[in-house]
Design a protein around this ligand. Structure first.
Ligand code: NAD
Length: 274
C-alpha cells in the first residue's frame, strides 16, 4: 500500500514513507522535491541545518497539493536550543518554508553535555499549543536523555534515530514502543554504502525481482519504522517509492533483523554530538 499511515500518540496521522533532503543542495531542492511530490510522496523530512527549507517550501507552494494532504517535518538546530531561542527558531523555519505550521518539529540532537534539552522541550510544548507544530518530537536522544524527557510527562510523538540493517537499534525501538512513540529511521539505506552491498539483502532482492534499496525500505516498513530515503536521482526516487509495494516474508524479515552489527553505526552517537 502506498502512503500507508501510522497514528501518533497525540492522535495525528503520519505517512510511514517519505522523502528526506539532507545533503540536497539548496539550488536543487525545489526541483527534486517537486519530482517527489509528482510521484506521490506526501511526507518531506527537512531541517534548518540542511539549508534547503526555502527550496522545499517553493516546491510545496507550486505543487498545488492541499496543505492537509502533506506532512512536513523540520528540526531545531543545536545553536537554537534553549527556551527563548526555540520559540524564535520555529518562526524562522516557518517563514523559510512559507508555511503556517509544520506537521512535526523535532529537537535535532539532544546535546546532553550542553544540558538544554529540557528547557527546549518546554518551549516545544508551547510551540505545539500555539499550533505552529501539530506534533513535536525528538531526534538523537540516548537512553538517559530520553528518560529525562519521558519524566517530564510530556511524551514525544516521534523519535528519529540512525537506523538501518547494519545498525537496527532494537533496544531504542523497544523503548520508543513502550511509550507509543513512533521510531523514524534516519540514513535508512545506510547512506547507500555497506548495507546496500550486503549479500543476504542481494539474495532477497533477486528472489523478488527487486533492488537492494527496495528490500531495505520494505524491511523498515514491515518492522513499523517511519522511513524517508534520500535520492536526487529521479529513477531512484521512483524506485524507492515503488518499494511500498514489496512485501517480505517473516523469514526474510528475520534474516535482515540478524544483520545488525556492533560497529554498524555510521553517524555520531547521540551522547557524543555536542
Ligand atoms: P539514506 O540512507 O537515505 O541514503 C541516501 C543515499 O543512498 C543516496 O545519497 C544515494 O547515494 C543512495 N541511494 C538512495 N536511493 C538509492 C537507490 N534506490 N539505489 C541505490 N542507492 C540509493 O541517507 P540519508 O540521506 O542520510 O538519510 C535519509 C534522511 O534521513 C535524510 O535525508 C534526512 O532527512 C534524515 N536524516 C536525519 C538525521 C538526523 O540527525 N535526524 C541524520 C541523517 C539523516
Amino acid at each position: 500500500p502506498r502512503n500507508a499511515t501510522l497514528t501518533l500518540n497525540d492522535g495525528n496521522v503520519i505517512p510511514q514513507f517519505g522523502y528526506g533532503v539532507w545533503q540536497v543542495d539548496p539550488d536543487v531542492a525545489e526541483e527534486v522535491v517537486t519530482k517527489a511530490l509528482e510521484i506521490g510522496y506526501r511526507h518531506i523530512d527537512t531541517a534548518k541545518i540542511y539549508g534547503n527549507e526555502e527550496g522545499v517550501g517553493r516546491a510545496i507552494a507550486k505543487s498545488g497539493i492541499a496543505r492537509e494532504d502533506l506532512f512536513i517535518t523540520t528540526k531545531l538546530w543545536n545553536d537554537d536550543q534553549g527556551y527563548d531561542s526555540a520559540l524564535k527558531a520555529i518562526d524562522g523555519s516557518l517563514e523559510r518554508l512559507g508555511l503556517d505550521y509544520v506537521d512535526l518539529y523535532l529537537i535535532h540532537w539532544s546535546q546532553p553535555k550542553k544540558g538544554k534539552y529540557l528547557e527546549t522541550w518546554k518551549a516545544f510544548q508551547e510551540i505545539k499549543a500555539s499550533g505552529k507544530a501539530r506534533s513535536i518530537g525528538i531526534s538523537n536522544f540516548g537512553e538517559e536523555a530520553f528518560q529525562d524527557i519521558i519524566d517530564t510527562g510530556d511524551i514525544p510523538a516521534a523519535h528519529q534515530i540512525e537506523l538501518h540493517p547494519y545498525f537496527n537499534q532494537k533496544a531504542m525501538r523497544d523503548l520508543d514502543a513502550k511509550y507509543d512513540i513512533v521510531t523514524e529511521a534516519w540514513s535508512p539505506l545506510g547512506q547507500g554504502k555497506a548495507d546496500l552491498q550486503d549479500e543476504t539483502i542481494a539474495q532477497i532482492a533477486e528472489a523478488h525481482d527487486a533492488t537492494p534499496a527496495q528490500v531495505i525500505i520494505a524491511w523498515h516498513l514491515a518492522i513499523g519504522n517511519v522511513v524517508f530515503p534520500k535520492s536526487v536521482t529521479p529513477e531512484r526516487i521512483e524506485e524507492n517509492w515503488a518499494a511500498q509495494d514489496l512485501t517480505l516474508s517473516s523469514e526474510e524479515i528475520a534474516l535482515i533483523d540478524g544483520l545488525t552489527r556492533e560497529d554498524g553505526r555510521i553517524g555520531s552517537a547521540p551522547e557524543d554530538f555536542n
